[in-house]
Ligand binder design. Structure first.
Ligand SMILES: [Zn+2]
Length: 550
C-alpha cells in the first residue's frame, strides 16, 4: 500500500500523514512530546526516514533475488559470464535509482584483475641408493607445499640432505652446533624436543614459540644460508590430499607473496624410507630418536633428489560494482559509510548450478533496495551528512577477493571510510531460531568503535525490533565468522565494521540454496534495519573514530 505514495514529496505532508501507519504515529507523537532535546532530534529526523523506508518492499526484493539466483546467472562464479550479468543487473538498478557511479571511466564498475595461480610442474624424484632406480613421490600424499610457500619456479637437486633436528637454536638446545647449513637443503622435524611431558626449551609443559611459529625456524634456516627446508611431518598429522585435488588448488592474487624467506616442502614421514637406502634410513631413525630426547644429533644423510616445481598463472577479470550518495554536511560530506554485500557465489560445478539465493542474492538485493530508499530520502530534501558508498563485491567466495581488492585500491581515501556495514545471507533462519525467526546474528559491531553497535541497537529498537544475536561475535568462536565475510577486509584496516548474518542452514553452499526457501519478510525487515542504521551512522554528529593507520 505504501508503494502508492512513495514518490510523493514531504511537501505534500497532509497526504503523507493520511497514510502513515501505527509506528509512524507513535514516532510522530513522540516527536511532539516534551522529551529531551536528543530524542527530539532523532525523532524529527526519523519521520521522513520512516516514510522512505517503505520504498523497501518484499515484492521488489523478491524480484531481485529471483533474477540474481536464476539459472541464467549460472551461480555467479568469480570471473564468469554469470557474474558479469549479475554486475550489469546491479549497475542498471543503481542507475535507475540515480546513485552516482564512481567506478572506472564513470561507470559503476571497479575492474578486479587477479592472477589465478595453480600448480604446474610437480615433480619430486628421489633415489635412495646409487644403483636403485628413481622413485617418484606423489604430490598431496608423500609431500605437500602451499602455493604461498614456494617461488613460482623451484628447482632443487642434490645427493644428500642435511638433517637439522628440529631446526632450533636456543640456550638449552642448539641443532646447529655441529652442522653447516650454508647451501644445504635441510631436513627438519616439526615441533620441539620433549623429555617426558616437559618441553626442553620452555622447561615446562607448554610448547615454545619454536613449535608455534614455523616462521621462526624457517627464518633461522635462511639466516644460516640454507637453500630450502624439507619439513618432516608425522604421518598422523600430515594432511593428505587427493593428488587431483592437490594439483587443482588455486590462489587468486595480483602477485604471490612468499610466507617464508626460503621454500618449505612438507614431507610425509612415511615417504622417508623411499628417500634413503636401508642403511641411511636406520641412521636417520637413530638421529631422530636422539633429538626427540633432546640430544643434538644433526648430520649429513645420503640420498639423491630432484625437485622441479612450477606454478602457472592465468589472468581472471571481474568487477566490483560501486556507487555513492553524496552527503551534504560541509564538514562531513567527504566521509563515507560503506554498505557492502557480495554478489558472487560458487558458480556451476559438475553441471550443477549453485544459485546462492540466500548466499548472497539476499544481501545484494537488500543493498539495491536500501540504495534506492536512501537516495529517495536524500534527494527529497533530507540529505545525509556523510556520503554513503555502496560496494557490491565480487569474489567473496574465493577468499574475500573483491573487498580485499577494494581496500587495496580504494576509490575514496580509506582514512575517510568511517564504517562498513556488510550483509551476507539474511533470508533464512537456523534451527536454533525456528520458534522466532525475527533475529539476526551481529558480528564485529562493538570491536573497533562501539558507536556502531550502539547505533545498530538504537535503530533496531526504533524500527524492526529484531533479536540481535551476538553468538558469533566472539573472535575466538570456532566457526571464526568474524573473519569470513567482506566486512573483515575493512576491519583489518581498522575501520569499524559489522557483519549481519541470518545463520547457517542445510542448503548452505549447496546447489539447493534456492529462492523457494527465502523468507522475504525477513529480507525486508533486515533491509530496513540496515537502512536506518546507515542513516544513524551517516548523520552521527560527532567524530567517528577509526583505528585506521596508513
Ligand atoms: Zn558463501
Amino acid at each position: 500500500m505504501y508503494n502508492h505514495h512513495i514518490n510523493t514529496t514531504l511537501k505534500e505532508r497532509s497526504r503523507y500523514l493520511s497514510c502513515i501507519n501505527l509506528i509512524q504515529i507513535v514516532i510522530y507523537l513522540w516527536c511532539l512530546s516534551p522529551l529531551t532535546l536528543w530524542s527530539q532530534t532523532v525523532s524529527e529526523r526519523s519521520l521522513p526516514a520512516f516514510h522512505y523506508s517503505y520504498l523497501i518492499t518484499q515484492s521488489e526484493l523478491r524480484q531481485h533475488i529471483q533474477i540474481l539466483a536464476s539459472d541464467s546467472l549460472e551461480g555467479r562464479g568469480f570471473g564468469t559470464m554469470g557474474s558479469y550479468k549479475a554486475g550489469d543487473y546491479i549497475a542498471a538498478n543503481l542507475k535507475s535509482s540515480n546513485i552516482i557511479p564512481i567506478g572506472d571511466r564513470e561507470t559503476y564498475f571497479q575492474p578486479v584483475v587477479l592472477n589465478r595461480w595453480n600448480r604446474g610442474k610437480n615433480i619430486f624424484e628421489v633415489t635412495s641408493h646409487k644403483e636403485s632406480a628413481n622413485d617418484v613421490l606423489t604430490p598431496g600424499i608423500d609431500f605437500t607445499y602451499s602455493l604461498t610457500e614456494i617461488p613460482s619456479v623451484l628447482k632443487l637437486s642434490g645427493d644428500h640432505y642435511m638433517f637439522a633436528g628440529y631446526g632450533i637454536e636456543d640456550k638449552n638446545y642448539n641443532d646447529y652446533t655441529y652442522i653447516q647449513a650454508r647451501g644445504e637443503v635441510l631436513l627438519m622435524l616439526d615441533g620441539e624436543p620433549t623429555i617426558g611431558s616437559m618441553n626442553l626449551i620452555s622447561q615446562s609443559s607448554s610448547r615454545s614459540d619454536w613449535s608455534n611459529n614455523l616462521n621462526k625456524k624457517i627464518a633461522l634456516a635462511a639466516q644460516k644460508g640454507a637453500r630450502a627446508v624439507f619439513l618432516i611431518v608425522d604421518s598422523t598429522r600430515f594432511n593428505k590430499v587427493n593428488p587431483t585435488v592437490f594439483n587443482k588448488a588455486s590462489v587468486y592474487a595480483e602477485q604471490l607473496s612468499n610466507k617464508y624467506p626460503i621454500p618449505v616442502i612438507r614431507i610425509n614421514e612415511q615417504a622417508l624410507s623411499r628417500m634413503f637406502s636401508k642403511k641411511e634410513f636406520k641412521r636417520f631413525i637413530k638421529l631422530k630418536q636422539g633429538v626427540q630426547k633432546g640430544k643434538v644429533s644433526s648430520n649429513y644423510i645420503i640420498g639423491k633428489f630432484n625437485l622441479d616445481l612450477s606454478l602457472s598463472s592465468t589472468i581472471v577479470r571481474d568487477r566490483n560494482v560501486v556507487g555513492i550518495i553524496k552527503g551534504n554536511d560541509a564538514h562531513l560530506k567527504d566521509e563515507y559509510i560503506v554498505l557492502s554485500a557480495h554478489f558472487d557465489h560458487l558458480g556451476t560445478q559438475n553441471g550443477e548450478i549453485y544459485n546462492g539465493a540466500d548466499d548472497n542474492a539476499t544481501g545484494t538485493s537488500a543493498l539495491i533496495a536500501v540504495a534506492k530508499a536512501l537516495n529517495a530520502l536524500s534527494s527529497n530534501g533530507y540529505p545525509l551528512k556523510r556520503s554513503v558508498l555502496f560496494l557490491f563485491c565480487t569474489g567473496e567466495e574465493s577468499g574475500l577477493l573483491g573487498s580485499k581488492y577494494f581496500v587495496k585500491h580504494p576509490l575514496v581515501p580509506l582514512k575517510d571510510i568511517k564504517t562498513d556495514i556488510n550483509i551476507d545471507m539474511i533470508g533464512r533462519s537456523d534451527d536454533l531460531h525456528s520458534e522466532n525467526e525475527n533475529y539476526v546474528y551481529v558480528i564485529g559491531s562493538d570491536k573497533i568503535n562501539p558507536l556502531l553497535d550502539k547505533t545498530l541497537k538504537e535503530n533496531n529498537a526504533l524500527s524492526v525490533a529484531y533479536n540481535l544475536d551476538y553468538t558469533y561475535n566472539d573472535i575466538n568462536h570456532p566457526l571464526k565468522l568474524y573473519y569470513r565475510s567482506d566486512h573483515y577486509s575493512f576491519a583489518e584496516k581498522g575501520i569499524p565494521s559489522v557483519f549481519l548474518f541470518g545463520g547457517f542452514h542445510e542448503d548452505y553452499h549447496m546447489a539447493s540454496d534456492d529462492v523457494d526457501f527465502i523468507n522475504f519478510k525477513k529480507v525486508e525487515d533486515l533491509s530496513r534495519l540496515i537502512y536506518f542504521t546507515t542513516i544513524g551512522m551517516a548523520n552521527h554528529d560527532g567524530k567517528i573514530k577509526t583505528e585506521y593507520n596508513e
